[in-house]
Ligand binder design. Structure first.
Ligand SMILES: Nc1ccn([C@@H]2O[C@H](COP(=O)(O)OP(=O)(O)OP(=O)(O)O)[C@@H](O)[C@H]2O)c(=O)n1
Ligand SMILES: C[C@](O)(CO)[C@H](O)COP(=O)(O)O
Length: 232
C-alpha cells in the first residue's frame, strides 16, 4: 500500500503574502490541491500536514476544490517534522511518497517512476542534472571554489521511501530533523541507498514571487496551445 504525504505546513515567507503558501492560487486553483491531485493517482491514501496553528477548514476546502480526498493533520515547525507527523497518520502503508505542496507540476508518471525505483533502493528521488555552474562561497562575496557540475543533481519531490527507511530516518532528535532540507538526506546519513530518478525542470518549486509568475506562464501556455506537460 502506498501513502502520499504532502508537506503543506510552511509559512511561505519567501513568497510573501498574508495566506499560507499552500493556499495560494495558481490559475485559480490552490497549490496544495494541485500538488495533492498530481500524486493522488499513484497513492492509496493521502495525508496533508498543515500549519498547527491554522484553521484546517480552508485546507480541506482547497483539497476538495481539486477533487482530492485526504486526511489532514497538524504539521511541525520544520518540513521533516511535518513529514513525521503525517507519517503517523499513514498506518498500513509500506511505501511512502513525500511531496511538497509547493510543487504543483509533478505528474503521476514521475511518482510511479520513483515508486518503481524502490525495487533497487531504500529511497528514490526526482532530480535533474545541474545546468548552471555552481560555486562555493563562505562569505557570500568572494568565490572559494567551483564544484564539479558533472556530478551534481538538483533534487525535487516526489521522493519515495520504503517505510522502514523513512521511519528510521525520522527517528532522530527534532533539532537534527529541523536542519534537514529533504528526507532523502537523512536516509543517506543512515547509510541507505538513494536512487536518482530523471525529472524535468518544469517540476518547479514555488518559493519566491518569480516562481509563481513562471508557473502562471507555463499554465497559460498549456491552455493557449492545448499541449500537455511535456511540451510547456
Ligand atoms: N514547517 C514546515 C515547513 C515547510 N513545509 C512544507 O515544505 C514544502 C517546501 O518548503 P518551502 O518551499 O520552503 O515552504 P515554506 O517553508 O512555506 O517557505 P518559506 O521558507 O519561504 O517560509 C512546502 O510545501 C511547505 O509547506 C512544511 O510542511 N512544514
Ligand atoms: C525537498 C526540496 O523540495 C527538494 O528540493 C527542498 O529541499 C525543499 O526546500 P525548502 O527550503 O523547504 O523549500
Amino acid at each position: 500500500m502506498v501513502a502520499g504525504l504532502i508537506a503543506a505546513a510552511g509559512r511561505g515567507e519567501r513568497l510573501g503574502g498574508a495566506r499560507p503558501k499552500a493556499l495560494v492560487g495558481l490559475a485559480g486553483k490552490p497549490l496544495v490541491g494541485r500538488a495533492a491531485a498530481a500524486i493522488a493517482p499513484a497513492c492509496d491514501l493521502l495525508v496533508v500536514a498543515v500549519p498547527a496553528d491554522a484553521d484546517p477548514a480552508p485546507f480541506r476546502e482547497a483539497l476538495a476544490e481539486c477533487g482530492v480526498v485526504a486526511r489532514v493533520c497538524a504539521g511541525g515547525a520544520a518540513r521533516s517534522l511535518s513529514v513525521k507527523a503525517a507519517l503517523r497518520e499513514a498506518e498500513g502503508a509500506d511505501r511512502i511518497v513525500v511531496h511538497d505542496a509547493a510543487r504543483p507540476f509533478a505528474t503521476p508518471a514521475l511518482v510511479q517512476a520513483c515508486l518503481d525505483a524502490l525495487a533497487e533502493a531504500d529511497a528514490a528521488i526526482a532530480a535533474v542534472p545541474l545546468t548552471d555552474t555552481v560555486k562555493e562561497s563562505r562569505d557570500g562575496r568572494f568565490v572559494d571554489r567551483t564544484l564539479d557540475r558533472s556530478r551534481l543533481w538538483a533534487v525535487q519531490t516526489p521522493q519515495a521511501f520504503r517505510r522502514s527507511a523513512l521511519e528510521r530516518a525520522l527517528a532522530r532528535p527534532d533539532r537534527e530533523l529541523a536542519a534537514a532540507t529533504d528526507e532523502a538526506s537523512l536516509v543517506e546519513r543512515d547509510g541507505g541507498r538513494v536512487r536518482l530518478v530523471a525529472s524535468t525542470p518544469r517540476n518547479l518549486k514555488i518559493t519566491v514571487p518569480a516562481d509563481l509568475e513562471l508557473a502562471e506562464a507555463l499554465l497559460a501556455c498549456r491552455t493557449r496551445t492545448g499541449v500537455g506537460s511535456e511540451q510547456c
